[in-house]
Ligand binder design. Structure first.
Ligand SMILES: NC(=O)c1ccc[n+]([C@@H]2O[C@H](COP(=O)([O-])OP(=O)(O)OC[C@H]3O[C@@H](n4cnc5c(N)ncnc54)[C@H](O)[C@@H]3O)[C@@H](O)[C@H]2O)c1
Length: 439
């Protein structure tokens, strides 16, 4: 494949402000981690932008720079953090409550974390049923609250001196709802906010405020949020990159590793039963059937798309797939996810695979937040707008253009991500054809 002209990318000058609705387990593990890494206390394990290399040219050329040296990313020292939460706890207190990181490590990053005091949240009990807190905006309509968020964003930018911003939703999972009439156009959306229409979720008000402020937006939860016509249009019209939904971390990460492998060998699957126990606040929120429904939808969608039962009815048409999550406080953030997979091989002979993943939810999610922040900022400086499908790698339910099915296979997602970076820099795309080595 011939080389492209490199894409023009504005330099990563100045500070990059990271704005986060939801100062909870994931976001504080991310922020504390960045501060610890800056001090040389730990390594950014799990982050492609910090640890991964990218092969360029032929295998014989020996060119494999770090991604961070290949594309102009913001540096960790340039990141400044802010956010909103319904609780008044500073990021330090929230990190202590979340109990993901050890106290000894947290003490070493106490100062920057204590300085992060969450701004008042836009919150609605109807959308997150199991928690309630005092740090919320109560004045005016949803439209007024959106204006207050826009004001928060403006103030954060001027107080920190950030030259660019990115917003990542790390708030609780909202109840399942579908796109409706009010989500179609800017006029209907703003009108609905002015009359406090219940169809407008708090996360949508943040996404609207972000886009109206020209700030790229990622959604780490399964909520509908910006996956609605009005906000998709707004992102394109205003040249803002967006992505989502729902960080791909524990069990679904495993699923998207294993399912492509089984399919690649044309092995059949009769059933895939997944169950989880977790005891953090996320687990508590997911006890509510409405919030669980949002999660279930994104978790279930993965297998169907990877296994393509329509193309392979003999292997996958009868697949029984179930996902359960149980709140179990003793485990805290240390989730345990079990998978029982009933597969079959040659002549239909049955076999079983069991996975018992004793993972740490926020430890898996934190590097994803970092990569998304840096890549979304890169995309904006490269003039890329709307849904960033190349960032599907990070999500359980990747957003795609209307009518396009999402790609869930993690290896295809990684190839797409790296080819997008090669394309940005005018390098050959790698197809893995490789015939030239044998000419
Ligand atoms: N950890 C993972 O591996 C993982 C994977 C995929 C998705 N997620 C999602 O990421 C999100 C964060 O997870 P977590 O473990 O940090 O949860 P958490 O409960 O520790 O933190 C979420 C925070 O959001 C706050 N919040 C809720 N509604 C808000 C609003 N409207 N405005 C501002 N703040 C609000 C809550 O008070 C809470 O402090 C959840 O939606 C979770 O489902 C996490």
């Amino acid at each position: 494949m011939s080389r492209q002209e490199p894409v023009k990318i504005a330099p990563a000058e100045g500070k990059l402000g990271v704005l986060i609705p939801g100062i909870g387990a994931v976001s504080t593990t991310f922020i504390a981690g960045v501060e610890a890494i800056k001090q040389g206390l730990a390594l950014p394990v799990g982050s492609l932008t910090q640890m991964a290399t990218i092969r360029l040219g032929k295998r014989t050329e020996g060119r494999s720079p770090y991604i961070r040296d290949f594309v102009p990313l913001a540096g960790l020292n340039d990141l400044v953090f802010g956010g909103w939460d319904i609780y008044e706890d500073t990021a330090f207190e929230a990190a202590k409550n979340a109990a993901v990181l050890e106290t000894a490590l947290l003490e070493q990053v106490r100062e920057p974390l204590s300085a992060l005091k969450p701004m008042k949240a836009v919150f609605e009990q109807e959308y997150v049923k199991r928690i309630t807190g005092p740090n919320v905006k109560t004045e005016g309509t949803k439209f007024d609250k959106a204006q207050a968020l826009i004001e928060d964003i403006r103030n954060f930018k001027s107080e920190t001196g950030a030259s660019r911003l990115v917003m990542v939703w790390c708030g609780s999972t909202e109840v399942f709802h579908r796109s409706s009439e009010v989500h179609q156009s800017l006029a209907s959306f703003e009108e609905a906010m002015k009359r406090n229409d219940p169809e407008i979720a708090p996360s949508q008000i943040y996404a609207y405020a972000s886009l109206m402020s020209g700030v790229p937006f990622a959604n780490g939860a399964p909520n509908l949020t910006h996956d609605i016509p009005v906000l998709l249009d707004l992102a394109r019209e205003r040249n803002i990159p967006i992505c989502g939904k729902d960080f791909k971390t524990g069990q679904t990460f495993m699923k998207t590793l294993l399912a492509p492998g089984l399919k690649s060998r044309m092995l059949g699957v009769h059933g895939w039963f997944s169950t989880n126990i977790l005891g953090n606040r996320d687990g508590e929120v997911l006890e509510d059937p409405g919030s669980f429904k949002s999660k279930e939808e994104t978790k279930l969608s993965v297998l169907d798309q990877i296994l393509q039962p329509d193309l392979y009815p003999d292997l996958y048409a009868k697949l029984y797939h179930a996902v359960r999550i149980n709140y179990y406080p003793p485990r805290g953030d240390s989730k345990e996810g079990w998978d029982n997979i009933d597969i079959f091989g040659w002549l239909g002979y049955p076999m079983q695979i069991k996975i018992d993943f004793l993972c740490r939810d926020s430890i898996l999610a934190a590097p994803l937040v970092l990569d998304l922040v840096l890549f979304l900022d890169l995309a904006q400086r490269a003039g890329m707008k709307g849904i960033q499908e190349w960032l599907s790698f990070y999500f359980k339910a990747p957003m795609t253009a209307p009518g396009l099915y999402p790609e869930h296979d993690i290896f295809i997602q990684l190839m797409k991500l790296k080819n997008t970076l090669r394309w940005m820099r005018g390098e050959d795309l790698i197809t893995h054809l490789g015939l030239e080595y044998y000419d």
